[in-house]
Ligand binder design. Structure first.
Ligand SMILES: C[S@@+](CC[C@H](N)C(=O)[O-])C[C@H]1O[C@@H](n2cnc3c(N)ncnc32)[C@H](O)[C@@H]1O
Length: 333
């Protein structure tokens, strides 16, 4: 599956592998005993056009999106159909990702009308944050994740007890902000200092600096292994790993190699009264059955239900659905 995130997370070329740190082979324990959780699939979670964000049109390998005030064109390998809107609508774009230089960040964007700043104000429901023209086509938010955020928010609000959320591979922190706003204590882990900086900026903009969020710049695997040793527990764990990534010390993350041990460790750091573990996977050559089976097997004996499927965005112009990623979540009874 080729999505706009694929480039960043492909196994890096040898130049980028300088400084890569081989990780010891993940230690796996025996297969968990007990009945497999119930299952529900396929579950297609859909984001509809809304006032903050809309997929306006798609086709010919591109997508046209409205992010707050800006209309943005980006490549979209899966849009193998024809655009529905006339060219004149696409020509109104404020920003186009060209990717035609090796430059970092804004250098890879073209602004046909007027040069734009690196960031712009965005809003998700009542949470203000910054959209951002970054390298690799990203704009600082993955709108399809909104269905996960709504699900998590209702779990937190309905729990009527303190809830601790662990957000692994947290990026610019939208999920952390939604969780904190709903009343959770949040631990946000990401390998990138820059991404943590952006997430903290978003926390300020969202006026949520008084909320309990721990920002941790660390390799996600090392962090969960340490939490296992410390015996810490969380009610909700969010996992949004790239196909390929690096910890701050060059620790290599390869989804197929490391995800099983990561999910196993996540099970170990669930509290006595867990609520859910939500996994999303982008840009991998696998069916959602692969992560579904991993999750069901990993949560054997825990009861609950594993729901799996895809996160899709419903397009405004012709009502077509664009798939963005696979997901699988274990939900307690
Ligand atoms: C863009 S986000 C969301 C991931 C998304 N699933 C994707 O494919 O792009 C990925 C985040 O994971 C972080 N990351 C990559 N490798 C990591 C690691 N080993 N430990 C912790 N965070 C990591 C990156 O800094 C980035 O913020």
């Amino acid at each position: 599956m080729k999505t706009f995130r694929e480039k960043k997370h492909q196994p890096a070329p040898s130049r980028e592998d300088q400084g890569a740190q081989a990780r010891p082979a993940p230690r796996r324990s025996a297969r968990p005993q007990g009945a497999l959780p119930a299952e529900r699939l396929p579950v297609i979670l859909e984001v509809l056009p809304n006032k903050d964000y809309a997929l306006l049109d798609s086709g010919d390998g591109q997508k046209l999106e409205q992010y707050g005030p800006y209309r943005i064109v980006r490549p979209e390998g899966q849009a193998i159909w024809r655009p529905a809107l006339p060219e004149s609508e696409w020509a109104k774009a404020d920003a186009i990702f060209t990717g035609d230089t090796d430059e970092e960040g804004m250098g890879r964007w073209r602004f046909p009308k007027t040069p734009l700043g690196e960031t712009w104000p965005m809003r998700h429901e009542d949470i203000d944050y910054l959209g951002r023209f970054t390298s690799f086509r990203h704009v600082g938010v993955f709108p399809e994740q909104a269905t996960h955020w709504a699900f998590m928010r209702s779990l937190i609000e309905n729990a009527k007890r303190p809830v601790k959320v662990l957000n692994l591979f947290g990026y610019t922190g939208l999920a952390s902000l939604v969780a904190a706003k709903a009343g959770a204590h949040v631990t946000h882990v990401d390998a990138s200092k820059k991404a943590i900086g952006w997430a903290r900026e978003n926390q300020e903009l969202a006026r949520l600096t008084d909320k309990p969020i721990r920002w941790i710049c660390e390799d996600a695997m090392k962090f969960v292994e340490r939490e296992v040793r410390r015996g810490n527990g969380y009610e909700i764990i969010l996992l949004d790993p790239p196909a390929y990534g690096r910890g701050p010390k060059g620790e290599v993350w390869q989804l197929f190699e490391h995800l099983p041990a990561m999910v196993e460790a996540c099970r170990q750091i669930l509290s006595d009264k867990p609520l859910a573990v939500v996994l999303t996977a982008y840009s991998i050559r696998a069916s959602f059955f692969a992560i579904h089976t991993l999750m069901r097997d990993s949560f054997a004996g825990m009861g609950g239900c594993v729901e799996s499927g895809e996160l899709v965005i419903r397009e405004q112009a012709a009502g077509r659905a664009l798939s963005t990623s696979l997901f699988s979540r274990w939900v307690a009874e």
